[in-house]
Structures are given as structure tokens and as C-alpha cells.
Design a protein around this ligand. Structure first.
Ligand code: BGN
Length: 284
């Protein structure tokens, strides 16, 4: 495998026992975790009660081997309970099959302002690093469902665009610099590019801005092949694009170094360990 596609393994070693044989060494299939796009509260509750291996706060790791990959998965969120249920019901089973050591962190924005996806990711990163630090992050939309088990939820040496073959785009990249949906990046790289911009309120642009930051830092971006990077997008109404995004984009090309993680401010409204995820509610 080319060097830049190599997965970055977690630094620690097992004291007792062995590393897991991860799926690419085992040829697992997705059998047994079919995607159900209609998950009621009752079904999710039953799922929660029957999942022995998920600890409060939505964390899990393999029980009989030591995972090579530890990752925090951050999901920005507001008013999409149906999608969140589908996401949690599917993703926990998917990540457990991959034998990842993970935690799902949902960052929910209060109602006052337009949705700010990038800033929510920044908050999720900063707060998670204080409470349960990880050297690998996946920034993930709630409406995206990975369809191949080979799309391993870990960091590569270079930042990785995970969702490069989405059904709604006919499994093609709509443009070469697209960097939205789901991305995996090491904490060190994320810090070095000063995170996402905090300035994109409303739909669009913050992901292109992240791509710009990654390019400026010459980190490069990798994507796995199409049949691996396949996603289903859950149905929802189209968001209203932010009319100012072009202007913000242009301005940010000059100020990105001084705007991002280093000037992030927000109010934490609550912090809660739910059974299937860690919930941070914030006012931006
Ligand atoms: C692009 C959006 C992205 C979005 C993709 C895919 C903009 C920025 C214009 C300066 N970019 O057009 O944010 O992820 O579409 O939907 O609107």
C-alpha cells in the first residue's frame, strides 16, 4: 500500500493480550447490520438495552483484543432526531465490527443563530480533547451512512476525505476539492491548520475553507477508492445556502491563520453522557 494511505496506529501497546486483527486482514462483510432508515424511539431503546458493549457516553472498544485505532467521532447537530437515531443504530454496529476504539460526540447548536457546522466541529474537538483526548478525529455529518466495512474509521497519515462516493452525487466527486460530509484528520494536523473557520453561519463553504487550510499547510488529502468510500445520504429537505459564503471564503483566504481554534468562543449549555453518545449543547 502506498505510504500516504497507511493507517496511523495508536501509539500505545497492549500490556496483556494482543492487537485485534482488523477487518482488512479478515475480509468481513456487512452481513447482519442491514441499514434501517426508519428507527423509532422504541427500536433505539431496545437496541440500547441489548448492546452490552457500549459504555455510557457512546464509547466502545473491542473486548477480547486491543484496537490499533482510537478515534473521537464528532457530529454537529440540530433538529434531526430521526436521522440521529438511524445514524446511531447503524454506526455503533459498524464501528464494533471494525473493532475500533471510539466515542461518538454529538454537538448540538442552540436555536438562535443559523447552523454553524465548522464552529460546532471546533467546539467538539476542543471539549473532547479536555475530557477524552484522542490523536485522531472524524468530523461526520449525521445524514451520512458508510456502506463498505473497508472504509476503516481511523486516521491515515494524510487527512482523508471519507465520503468521496455519495449516492446523491452518483458516487462521483462533484468537484476535486470537495471536502465535506465525513473527514478523518489527526489532532496534530487539525491543530496545525487552526481547525475550521468559525465564520460560516448557514449552509456551505466551511468544508471548502477547510480544504483550503489543508492545502495551504501542504498536508495533502487522500481518498479511498470508490467502492470503499461509498455512502448513503439520508433524505432531508435541502438547506438554504448562506448567501455570504463566497465573501467569507474570499476573506478567509487572507485571515485563516488568525481565525479558527485560536479565537473560538462559545457557551456550553450542558454536557451529558447519553447511553449512545456524549451530548454537548452549545450556544455559538
Ligand atoms: C459546494 C459547497 C460545499 C458543499 C458542496 C456539496 C459552497 C462554497 C462556495 C464558495 N460550497 O458548492 O459547502 O459541501 O457544495 O454539497 O457553497
Amino acid at each position: 500500500m502506498p505510504n500516504h494511505l497507511l493507517l496511523r496506529e495508536s501509539g500505545s501497546q497492549p500490556i496483556n493480550g494482543n492487537f485485534c486483527f482488523h477487518l482488512y486482514e479478515r475480509q468481513l462483510s456487512l452481513e447482519g447490520i442491514e441499514l434501517n432508515v426508519n428507527i423509532s424511539d422504541v427500536v433505539l431503546k431496545t437496541f440500547t438495552n441489548s448492546s452490552k458493549n457500549i459504555t455510557i457516553g457512546g464509547a466502545s472498544k473491542p473486548v477480547d483484543c486491543f484496537s490499533k485505532y482510537r478515534v473521537n467521532i464528532v457530529v454537529p447537530y440540530r433538529r434531526r432526531p430521526e436521522q440521529l437515531r438511524v445514524f446511531l443504530h447503524y454506526l455503533h454496529r459498524y464501528l464494533q465490527l471494525q473493532e475500533i476504539d471510539y466515542r461518538i460526540i454529538v454537538v448540538e447548536q442552540s436555536p438562535e443563530m443559523h447552523f454553524n457546522r465548522g464552529k460546532l466541529f471546533n467546539v467538539g474537538f476542543v471539549e473532547s480533547q479536555k475530557r477524552f483526548p484522542s490523536d485522531c478525529y472524524i468530523f461526520h455529518d449525521v445524514d451520512l451512512i458508510p456502506l463498505s466495512l473497508n472504509n476503516i474509521y481511523a486516521c491515515t497519515k494524510m487527512p482523508r476525505h471519507l465520503s468521496s462516493a455519495v449516492d446523491t452525487f452518483d458516487y462521483e466527486l462533484p468537484y476535486c476539492g470537495i471536502f465535506g460530509g465525513a473527514v478523518a484528520i489527526t489532532s496534530q494536523h487539525f491543530q496545525s491548520i487552526n481547525g475550521f473557520s468559525n465564520l460560516f453561519y448557514g449552509w456551505g463553504g466551511e468544508d471548502d475553507d477547510l480544504y483550503f487550510r489543508v492545502s495551504q499547510a501542504e498536508l495533502g488529502v487522500v481518498r479511498f477508492e470508490k467502492n470503499v468510500a461509498k455512502y448513503k445520504m439520508l433524505r432531508h429537505e435541502k438547506e438554504v445556502p448562506n448567501p455570504n459564503r463566497f465573501v467569507t471564503m474570499k476573506k478567509n483566504k487572507i485571515i485563516h491563520a488568525v481565525e479558527g481554534l485560536n479565537n473560538l468562543n462559545y457557551t456550553m449549555l450542558s454536557y451529558e453522557l447519553k447511553s449512545l453518545y456524549t451530548l454537548m449543547r452549545v450556544h455559538l
